[in-house]
Design a protein around this ligand. Structure first.
Ligand SMILES: Cc1cc2nc3c(=O)[nH]c(=O)nc-3n(C[C@H](O)[C@H](O)[C@H](O)COP(=O)(O)OP(=O)(O)OC[C@H]3O[C@@H](n4cnc5c(N)ncnc54)[C@H](O)[C@@H]3O)c2cc1C
Length: 423
């Protein structure tokens, strides 16, 4: 892999997501050799993927080159590779570009889309976990509009303009709101040959409310906001099969749709090599102790979405959102320095900063520990928090400019089929 040998202890980090980059930054220039490995050469800001899917943002404004994050860190290295195996007996990992040994290994590989074993849906549904997948959705939506404009029959047009989103968590809710804005603001302007009323957006959620991880107050408000935008919200309904055109549910509801977006859950994607039975829970997460040390291994750690830290306040582990990943990355950085200097480690304690979701322009819901609110102010808070959390000044400026432009013009400017999606 062409990483220089040195006397410095070597920390290999697998994954440049929220957890991995925060760890890498905290280890920079600390007399440690850091090797960051990712299968992409960029960090993805997943919370805004839905805006790429719905033509609100260009993909490059939510991605950031990983090498740029390390550019001033002389003993830090990036390698573009997929890690295929861990060999703990020899402190080695096997990757698509060769092998490398480590003194300390940190697994920060996040999760992948969970289709719950439903092969039909996996084959025909659209996941939204990466930038290329978000671009696929963008292309498919726009291609469907074009096809609907020349459809020969009402049935054909209906199937092209029925958009089904499965999963009423923040991702599904935010995406449904954004697609509804395409219907309300773009279709009437750009597509004179289509009737906006023919476009239908269905959101399916298996539990009894959307945003079930948030307060009932937030769920109620979010559902009302979605209905105002014209989204068909169906709670207590699970999608059971999809063959690329027919959507079946556990209720009476069956419909034809050319688009099914799957936002119903994630699951860990563990790397081969560690003892699977002992270490991995049913969500495929590595069980870790309070220092993010993978159980049974002294020099292997897991952080972020892929880590399961059972503790009093979070008996099923921390929520799989950005903040635990960021905080674990930072705390592990300090702990690794302590470990290398033979000092005692400090346990991780999660600081819950609240949760939020936005539903179209001017509307959002925010749950803080002692205060819950929704509407315009919440939307403002949502925008501020997301802008400040983005990696890179350029991305913040580009996104602020885009949001301002789109807000003033009721527009979504990235309506481009650059790379057509083939089913
Ligand atoms: C659509 C969507 C919307 C979301 N919205 C929000 C939100 O609004 N707020 C919020 O707080 N959270 C949100 N989340 C969740 C949040 O993005 C995750 O909790 C967070 O990204 C977890 O960080 P991580 O570092 O653990 O993993 P990730 O950020 O997923 O990073 C994992 C990295 O590991 C790399 N990788 C994986 N396997 C390998 C391998 N074998 N070899 C090499 N590299 C590998 C990947 O390429 C990736 O770069 C959202 C997630 C999605 C998908």
């Amino acid at each position: 892999m062409n990483i220089p040998q040195s006397n410095l202890p070597r920390v290999v980090i697998i994954g440049g997501g929220f957890a991995g980059i925060n760890l890498a930054k905290n280890l920079a220039n600390k007399n440690i050799q850091v090797v960051l490995i990712d299968k992409h050469n960029y960090h993805t800001f997943q919370p805004l993927l839905y805006q790429v899917s719905s033509s609100g943002l260009e993909p490059d404004s939510i991605a950031y080159p990983l090498r740029k994050i390390l550019k001033n860190h002389k003993s830090s290295f990036f390698r573009l590779a997929e890690v295929e195996q861990i060999v703990p007996e020899t402190n080695t990992i096997v990757t698509t570009i060769g092998e490398i040994t480590y003194d300390y290994l940190v697994i920060a590989t996040g999760t992948k889309t969970n289709f719950f074993g439903n092969k039909d849906i996996e084959s025909h549904g659209m996941p939204m976990k990466t930038v290329p997948q978000a671009l696929n959705i963008r292309s498919l939506i726009l291609q469907n509009f074009e096809k609907a404009a020349i459809a020969n029959t009402n049935e054909e047009r209906e199937a092209l303009l029925n958009f089904v989103i499965v999963g009423g968590g923040p991702t599904g809710v935010e995406l449904a709101g954004a697609i509804a804005e395409l219907k309300n603001n773009i279709l009437p302007k750009d597509y004179h040959d289509l009737n906006p009323d023919d476009m239908k957006i269905y959101l399916f959620e298996g539990s009894d409310r959307v945003l079930s991880s948030m307060s009932k107050h937030a769920s109620k408000k979010a559902e009302a906001f979605l209905k105002d935008l014209g989204v068909n919200v169906n709670c207590n309904t699970t999608v059971t099969s999809y063959d690329g055109s027919k959507v079946s549910t556990n209720s009476e509801m069956v419909m034809e749709s050319e688009t099914l977006i799957w936002a119903a859950g994630v699951i860990g994607d563990p790397i081969q090599g560690l003892n699977k039975d002992v270490l991995i829970d049913k969500a495929n997460r590595y069980k870790v102790n309070a220092y993010n040390q993978v159980l049974d291994y002294e020099n292997i750690f897991a952080i972020g979405d892929i880590a399961l830290m059972e503790c009093k306040d979070y008996p099923n582990g921390h929520p799989q959102v950005a903040q635990p990943a960021i905080q674990q990355g930072k705390v592990l950085g300090k702990n690794l320095i302590r470990l290398i200097n033979n000092k005692a480690l400090k346990p991780f304690k999660y600081k819950d900063k609240g949760s939020m979701a936005t539903i179209g322009r001017n509307k959002a819901v925010v749950d803080l520990k002692h205060y819950k609110f929704g509407g315009f102010f919440a939307w403002f808070v949502w925008m501020f928090v997301h802008l400040m959390s983005l990696v890179g000044f350029r991305n913040r400026v580009v996104i602020l400019f885009n949001w301002t432009y789109n807000y003033i013009n009721f527009d979504k400017a990235a309506r481009l089929i650059i790379r057509p999606f083939k089913k």
